[in-house]
Design a protein around this ligand. Structure first.
Ligand code: ZN
Length: 201
């Protein structure tokens, strides 16, 4: 993520109209991919929404850990059968690893915990809309549902830049929902990039 991104999150750069971006950040982006329910069967919308917020709060805590490590603040939690089995926060700089995004790290830990490279029935919570690589990893892992916070107009591959989950060629489909605690996630990112700009200037 380059510093230019934050200007877009702030709503000052070109591209999508600022109003649209703000609406995207504030509203719950519901995406019912070809009839896939964003809420699992047998669970009320209110119950699921409360659980989503609680897990996203945990992901936000992990994003704060990334910030403390000098990394772009993004956090992720992988939940299976009501239990968090994988957690991750952004660490590409510190680990010298371009793949060390929060989502990938949460998936890796979950795979170790489950003793399985596939994670059926799981939900991945992440504070920022996933990129191309992470959407690919989510599909490989057979994650059943994706919930994210802020939209990423620069590299988001769920709804913003690409709508990968809607690709016809995919052999695994999952519903994705954005906008959960989006303001808090975006505020964390904005604060991080503001501080970085200050220290650079
Ligand atoms: Zn990613």
């Amino acid at each position: 993520m380059r510093p230019s991104r934050i200007r877009r999150v702030d709503g000052a750069a070109g591209g999508v109209a600022a109003g649209d971006r703000r609406a995207g950040l504030r509203s719950r982006v519901r995406c019912d991919h070809r009839g896939l329910r964003p809420v699992p069967a047998g669970v009320s919308e209110a119950t699921q929404a409360a659980a989503d917020v609680a897990w996203m709060r945990e992901a936000l805590g992990l994003a704060a850990a990334a910030e403390a490590a000098g990394e772009v603040p993004v956090g992720a939690v992988l939940v299976q059968q009501g239990r968090a089995i994988g957690r991750g926060y952004n660490r590409p700089i510190g680990l010298h690893d371009p793949t060390a995004h929060a989502e990938v790290r949460a998936l890796r830990e979950a795979g170790q915990q489950a003793g399985n490279y596939r994670l059926p029935g799981s939900t991945l919570y992440v504070t920022l809309e996933p990129c191309l690589m992470c959407v690919g990893a989510i599909i490989h892992a057979r994650v059943a549902r994706l919930v994210y916070g802020a939209t990423d107009p620069k590299t988001g591959a769920v709804h913003s830049c690409y709508r990968l989950l809607e690709a016809n060629a995919l052999n695994h489909r999952l519903p994705a929902q954005g906008g959960v605690l989006a303001e808090e996630s975006a505020a964390l990112l904005q604060r991080f990039f503001r501080a970085r700009r200050r220290s650079a200037g």
